[in-house]
Design a binder for this molecule. Structure first.
Ligand code: FAD
Length: 467
């Protein structure tokens, strides 16, 4: 007979959305059971996403900087690359964080059940794992995440065809690697592998990399990476064949060779699909759309009153920080608080070289919304700190204002540490700042964040004389 547990709040999935839901529910005094099918807590983000990718990007960045500094009189010997040691560093970072989550679960008396949960009815799930467990619950928060999209014409079973998890494994450095899909995940992994020695082609169907971001921002990034990557835009992968001498990839696009390209490995990074169809949710009467996305209201409630869903499984943007905030809302609503998920903005960052970061409206979105807007940009070529740090060539700060009242409606940065600099713009948007608010805020000199103040000052027409 399977073990039986009762939960006031059942959380399915222990990624950023799941552990945040479980911890907030426990902090609010509820009895919580957290089910996770992986062996460790943390979901995609901690185990095979945000964190391991940033650990590898850190190593790649140190190599990049060491190479650049030789132009300024500091030359190191040619580096030796020990991929086992780099992978061990990455795994160590992941372990510290996932162990930390286990400890925090214990501290909060959250019961963790290892196994795969499937709905039996609207108050019961069955978990199949080391031991079978039947859980009856008063409320459930589904945070079962997403998985990489696979295409039927790609032989995904061949070990040379990678998804992001395979790429993060860092088992080998292929001589020739194709990144299929010019989005954030593909470009981040391409950055790592190029720095470790791979020759990289990037193929993207649309007319720019990271298609959701604005053209001028991506133009600067693309120019900075024209030597790092061979970039093929407006190009479609038509056929992929796994042969003995490599992966043969036929592509269609203007000026693209008719014969297939041959690669040692192909990273398929064309997006992620929500896991909504993998939970037997029909047994609980929860609506899931054709894309596997669970539909929720502003309180993260599904069509079934006591069942909530948060994180990647409720759709775009599939970002860890979005899931965390949704999770807090769900837990607080269950605890009886009046809370809604209605952020003004959700920031996006590509941790590439240089980084690309944007938040709020893009120009594309402002045009689509019919907003009369104005843009102010500050090129980092005019920033003392950027020049001193040798990051001035590929950097800019861009602010987008509503023309009618000069309120900030969006912002973007390309450049070193752009992701960290985005925080100020995010807060300014959330606080409804206008150009004057930002321009009158004293920014320390010399810093890169000074560029945010300068872009606002330029817009205000009161350009200071600080370089
Ligand atoms: P997940 O993290 O996907 O967790 C879901 C969990 O549910 C998993 O652990 C899964 O095993 C478990 N689960 C699923 N079904 C069941 C079931 N039936 N029973 C029990 N358990 C189940 N986002 C950022 O914000 N910043 C980044 O820098 C970033 N980098 C990324 C890099 C890569 C390579 C990838 C792949 C993703 C990256 N993301 C990043 C996206 C981020 O990882 C996701 O948005 C985030 O993990 C979503 O959190 P979640 O809690 O919704 O789901």
């Amino acid at each position: 007979m399977s073990k039986e547990i009762k939960a006031q709040v059942l959380v399915i999935g222990s990624g950023p959305a799941g552990y945040s839901a479980a911890f907030r529910s426990a902090d609010l005094g509820m009895n919580v059971v957290l089910v996770e099918k992986f062996n460790t807590l943390g979901g995609v983000c901690l185990n095979v996403g945000c964190i391991p990718s940033k650990a590898l990007l850190h190593v790649a960045k140190v190599k990049e900087e060491a190479e650049h500094i030789s132009a300024h009189g500091l030359t190191y010997a040619e580096p030796t690359i020990d991929i086992a040691k780099i992978a061990a560093y990455k795994n160590g970072v992941v372990k510290k964080l996932t162990d930390g989550l286990s400890a925090m679960s214990k501290m909060r008396n959250v019961t963790v059940v290892q196994g795969t949960a499937l709905f039996v009815d609207k108050n019961t799930v069955k978990v199949t794992g080391k031991e079978d467990v039947t859980i009856t619950f008063e409320n459930a928060i589904i945070a079962a995440g997403s998985r990489p999209i696979k295409l039927p014409f790609i032989p995904h079973e061949d070990p040379r065809i990678w998804d992001s998890t395979d790429a993060l494994d860092l088992k080998e450095i292929p001589k020739k690697l194709l990144i299929m899909g010019g989005g954030i995940i593909g470009l981040e992994m391409g950055t790592v592998y190029q720095k470790l020695g791979s020759s990289i082609d990037v193929v993207e169907m649309q007319d720019q990399l990271v298609p959701v971001a604005d053209k001028d921002v991506i133009k600067m990034y693309t120019k900075a990476n024209s030597k790092r990557f061979n970039i093929m835009l407006n190009t479609k992968v038509a056929k992929v064949e796994a042969k003995e001498d490599g992966i043969h990839v036929s592509m269609e696009g203007e000026g693209i060779q008719a014969e297939p390209f041959v690669y040692d490995a192909v990273l398929v990074a064309i997006g992620r699909a929500a896991n909504g169809k993998l939970l037997n949710l029909e047994n609980a009467g929860v609506k899931v759309n054709d894309w596997g996305i669970i539909e929720v209201d502003k309180q993260m409630r599904t069509n079934v009153e006591h069942i909530f869903a948060v994180g990647d499984i409720v759709g775009q943007p599939m970002l860890a920080h979005k899931g965390v905030h949704e999770a807090h809302v769900a837990a607080e609503v269950i605890a009886g608080k009046k809370h809604y998920f209605e952020p003004k903005v959700i920031p996006s960052i590509a941790y590439t070289f240089p980084e690309i970061a944007w938040v709020g409206m893009t120009e594309k979105e402002a045009i689509a919304a019919g907003i009369d807007y104005e843009v102010s940009t500050f090129p980092w070529a005019a920033s003392g700190r950027a020049l001193a740090s040798d990051v001035s060539q590929n950097g800019m700060t861009k602010l987008i204002f509503d023309k009618k009242d000069h309120t900030l409606i969006g912002g973007a940065l390309v450049g070193d540490n752009a992701g960290e600099l985005l925080g100020e713009i995010t807060l300014a948007l959330e606080m409804d700042c206008d150009a004057e608010d930002i321009a009158l805020t004293i920014h320390a000199h010399p810093t890169l964040h000074e560029s945010v103040g300068m872009a606002a000052e330029i817009y205000e027409g009161s350009i200071t004389d600080l370089p």
